[in-house]
Design a protein around this ligand. Structure first.
Ligand SMILES: Nc1nc2c(c(=O)[nH]1)N[C@H]1C(S)=C(S)[C@@H](COP(=O)(O)O)O[C@H]1N2
Ligand SMILES: [Mo]
Length: 410
């Protein structure tokens, strides 16, 4: 279809967040991207194709469960178009002695108990831009603190499906669950990654094959009609548009699994990093962020206080037990008030929102604010990014530090 400027204007007003004119102008030429979903204009655009966008910080703290249209989006490829009525999930068990295959329509998945889990998803690259700015350049999307959002996911347990397929009888040691999506790269390879089988079978891991997000069908951008949700893990493991599950002796062979989301120390360079021996990141470490005010903002002082709000999160089911704020570079700390989901111990997959009325001096013009969280394993955040720096800029979880200007009442 030939798209006139009017049609572009209409399309843009309907669906695309903050696209530069140049991006919209050639939109119609590229068939691959012509069927992308409508998107909320409030999302903070990082890249248009593939579409990557952050939840605005104010929207993070305004809703404990992020509204679907404001949930951050991380795509590697164009959004695939799938039909819920005909969609099939393949399960393949390849453990040497030949292959066993199972297939489930979405209707057939409903034979398993339906469950909901409240869980944040956080990209392992969240807050990468701070590591990049405060130490030295890293490679990856320059996420600020908006690559995390929270939702209630509905579906069936991956564990129940795996038990149905006979995997309760095997020793899970050194076996993997490869999750493959329907999105393909330019060379025809499907997005895929894997998690260890023992993790998938852990009854407390609450890993879902999800069809619902905050009570409605998954949006196109978030994996319609079926995605994995691996709570407490780097969100890359929560494969969208899920097409197949393979139980294998090997981890996923895909580029996204083999060449990304692995842990390196600060001395490793692109020349010396060996991806084949570096541990893949599954569970995430503890982090926190000041969402309001923003760094550099002019903030009104009310009754001698400024209001600070943000989130804190830890992976692996750990709960946030404390969020500490300092306005004097660590000489003293105040405890923020926490808004926490009531999940069972060690199954705390939601984020925690926090707030604090910070006292300031009558004539104070500026204040530097530091925030750090502590989780239920009493792990806490590193003070600076220096020694956790890594080539990909992942797990960027040092104290969040902002500098704000104060506007006193007159
Ligand atoms: N099929 C598929 N699944 C995927 C991805 C993808 O590009 N394709 N991106 C992963 C990454 S890196 C992240 S951070 C999360 C983002 O999920 P969201 O877009 O629902 O926030 O999806 C993960 N699952
Ligand atoms: Mo990610």
């Amino acid at each position: 279809m030939h798209k006139t400027p009017e049609v572009f204007a209409l399309l843009e007003s309907l669906r695309i967040g903050n696209l530069a004119d140049a991006d919209v102008a050639d939109y119609g030429d590229d068939e691959l991207w012509a069927r992308e979903p409508y998107r909320d204009r409030r999302l903070i655009l990082k890249t248009a194709r593939p579409f990557n966008a952050e939840t605005p910080p104010k929207q993070q703290v305004d809703h404990f469960d992020t509204p679907n249209e404001l949930f951050y989006v991380r795509q590697h490829m164009p959004v695939p178009e799938l039909d819920a009525r005909t969609h099939q999930l393949q399960v393949m068990v390849r453990l040497g002695e030949g292959e066993r295959r199972f297939q489930f329509s979405l209707g057939e998945l409903e034979q398993f108990p339906s469950v909901t889990v409240r869980a944040a998803l956080m990209c392992a690259g969240n807050r990468r831009s701070e590591m990049n700015a405060q130490v030295k350049p890293v490679k990856g999307l320059s996420w600020a603190g908006g690559a995390i959002s929270n939702a209630v996911w509905g579906g069936v347990r991956l564990r129940d499906v795996l038990l149905h397929c006979g995997l309760g009888d095997v020793d899970p040691t050194d076996l993997h669950v490869i999750l493959t999506g329907a999105d393909v790269d330019a060379t025809g390879v499907n997005f895929s990654t894997s998690i260890p089988l023992h993790m998938a079978l852990d009854p407390t891991a609450d890993i879902l094959l999800a069809t619902q997000m905050n009570g409605t069908a998954l949006p196109l951008d978030h994996g319609y009609p079926l995605r994995a949700v691996v709570p407490g893990a780097a969100a890359v493991r929560s494969v969208k548009w899920l097409e197949s599950i393979t139980i294998s002796k090997e981890e996923s062979p895909s580029h996204w699994h083999q060449k990304d989301y692995r842990s390196f120390n600060a001395s490793k360079t692109w020349e010396t990093a060996d991806f084949s021996t570096a541990p893949p990141i599954y569970h995430l470490p503890v982090t926190s962020y000041v969402c309001e005010p923003a760094d550099g903002e002019y903030v009104p002082v009310r009754d001698g206080h400024v209001l600070l709000r943000g989130y804190a999160y830890s992976g692996g089911g750990a709960k946030i037990v404390r969020v500490d704020v300092s306005s004097d570079r660590g000489r003293s700390w105040s405890e923020a008030e926490l808004q926490t989901d009531s999940a069972a111990p060690r199954r705390h997959y939601s984020w925690t929102l926090w707030s604090l009325q910070l006292p300031v001096q009558p004539r104070q013009e500026d204040v530097e604010i530091w925030v750090k969280a502590t989780d239920s394993n009493f792990n806490t955040q590193p003070e600076t990014f220096e020694n956790i720096w890594n080539i990909r800029g992942i797990l960027s979880n040092a104290y969040h530090r902002i500098h704000i200007h104060l506007k006193h009442e007159t």
